[in-house]
Design a protein around this ligand. Structure first.
Ligand code: DP6
Length: 325
C-alpha cells in the first residue's frame, strides 16, 4: 500500500471545558465539553504510507518534530494501521496556517486533520462518529474539530469508549471569538499532564467534575436561544472553575500570566461599559473573548495591547483536500 491523503481541520475553543480523564489508555474524558470551531486557524496534514519507509516520520511546519511529538503520532498511526490491516510506515507532514510561535498550536486541529488524512491514505472511509472517536484517541479536544461551528463532546459511559465522541450542534448563530496571544514565555504544562496532576492531587477536582453536566445544559440551551449573556456567563464560569481546580493541585498548575489577568479585567471593564464580551482561556496564557459580530472590533481593539489579535468566525468542519489511495 502506498496511499496518500491530505486533510485540513480547524482548531476549536471549548466554551464548556474538558479537564480530566476517566480512562487514560483510551483517552476517555471525565466530563463532556462544548466548543466552537474557529475559522482561520487550521492545520493541514498529509499522510503518505510508504512500503520502503523504515519508521514513521513527522515534519511540523517544515522541521523534523521532537521525539515526544513523533511518538504520539506513531502511536496514533498504529491505531489506523490496526484498523486497516496494514503494516507500512508513514511520512506525515503537518503545517499550521497561523504563526506557531504565537503559542496557539493546537492538538485539536492537528489530530482531527491527522485522523482524516491517515484513514483516507490507508484506504478507510469512516463516518463522522467513527472519525470523532478516532480523533479522540489522539487528543480529547480533537474529537470536536471534526465538526464545524458548535460541537458537543459526549463523556460517554462505556468502558470501550465507543459512546465518547462529539456531535455537531446545528446553529446559524454568527458569533465571534476574539483571541489575544499574550506572552510566549516558558512552555506551559501540557494539558494532558496538567489534567492528570489536577485529578490526582486537587481537592477541587471532584467539584469541577460535578459542575460540568449543569454547565453543558446551560450552554446548550443558551445556543438554542442565541442568548449571548447566558452562554458568555457559563463560558467564563467553566473556564475559571477549570483553572481553579488546576491551581488547587499540589503543586499548583497555573496557566495564567499577568497579561492573562489583565485581559480578563479588560473584558470585565468592557462589559461594565455595555459591550458584551466574556473571557475564556485554555492550558496556556492567551486570552480569548466571546462576543458577537457587531462588537468584535471594539473587543479586539481593547485587547490589542496584550499582543497579536485575531477575530474568528465559526469555522468549517474537517475536510479531505486530496486523496490518492
Ligand atoms: C484546556 O485535548 O489537549 O484546552 O486529550 O490529553 O490531548 P488530551 O488533552 P487536550 O485538552 C484540552 C484542554 C483544554 C480544554 C478543552 O479544549 O476542552
Amino acid at each position: 500500500l502506498n496511499g496518500k491523503a491530505t486533510a485540513r481541520a480547524n482548531t476549536n475553543i471549548a466554551l464548556v471545558k474538558y479537564w480530566g480523564k476517566r480512562d487514560a489508555a483510551l483517552n476517555l474524558p471525565a466530563v463532556g465539553s462544548l466548543s466552537l470551531t474557529l475559522e482561520g486557524l487550521s492545520t493541514r496534514t498529509s499522510v503518505a504510507f510508504d512500503g520502503k519507509a523504515a519508521a514513521d516520520s513527522l515534519l511540523l511546519n517544515g522541521e523534523p518534530a521532537d521525539p515526544r511529538a513523533l511518538g504520539r503520532i506513531a502511536r496514533f498511526l498504529d491505531l489506523v494501521r490496526a484498523r486497516a490491516g496494514i503494516k507500512e510506515h508513514a511520512r506525515v507532514e503537518s503545517a499550521n496556517d497561523f504563526p506557531t510561535a504565537a503559542g496557539l498550536a493546537s492538538s485539536a486541529s492537528a489530530f482531527a486533520a491527522l485522523a482524516l488524512a491517515a484513514t483516507r491514505a490507508a484506504g478507510l472511509s469512516l463516518d463522522d462518529r467513527e472519525l470523532s472517536v478516532l480523533a479522540r484517541r489522539g487528543s480529547g479536544s480533537a474529537a470536536r474539530s471534526i465538526f464545524g461551528g458548535f460541537a458537543e463532546m459526549q463523556r460517554g459511559q462505556r468502558a470501550d469508549g465507543e459512546d465518547s465522541f462529539a456531535t455537531p450542534i446545528a446553529s446559524d448563530w454568527d458569533i465571534r471569538l476574539v483571541i489575544a496571544a499574550t506572552v510566549t514565555g516558558p512552555k506551559s504544562t501540557l494539558s494532558t499532564d496538567g489534567m492528570r496532576h489536577t485529578a490526582e492531587t486537587s481537592p477541587y477536582y471532584d467539584a469541577w467534575v460535578r459542575m460540568s453536566e449543569a454547565d453543558l445544559k446551560t450552554a446548550r440551551d443558551a445556543i438554542a436561544r442565541h442568548d449571548l449573556e447566558a452562554l458568555g456567563t457559563v463560558t467564563e464560569a467553566s473556564c475559571l472553575s477549570m483553572h481553579a481546580s488546576a491551581m488547587a493541585a499540589r503543586p499548583a498548575v497555573v496557566y495564567f500570566h499577568g497579561a492573562t489577568i489583565e485581559g480578563w479585567r479588560i473584558i470585565q471593564e468592557l462589559r461594565k461599559s455595555g459591550i458584551p464580551a466574556w473571557f475564556t482561556c485554555d492550558a496556556g496564557p492567551h486570552v480569548k473573548a466571546l462576543t458577537v459580530a457587531k462588537h468584535a472590533s471594539e473587543v479586539e481593539q481593547a485587547l490589542a495591547r496584550l499582543g497579536r489579535t485575531w477575530i474568528c468566525k465559526p469555522g468549517p468542519r474537517a475536510e479531505v483536500l486530496e486523496v490518492n489511495a
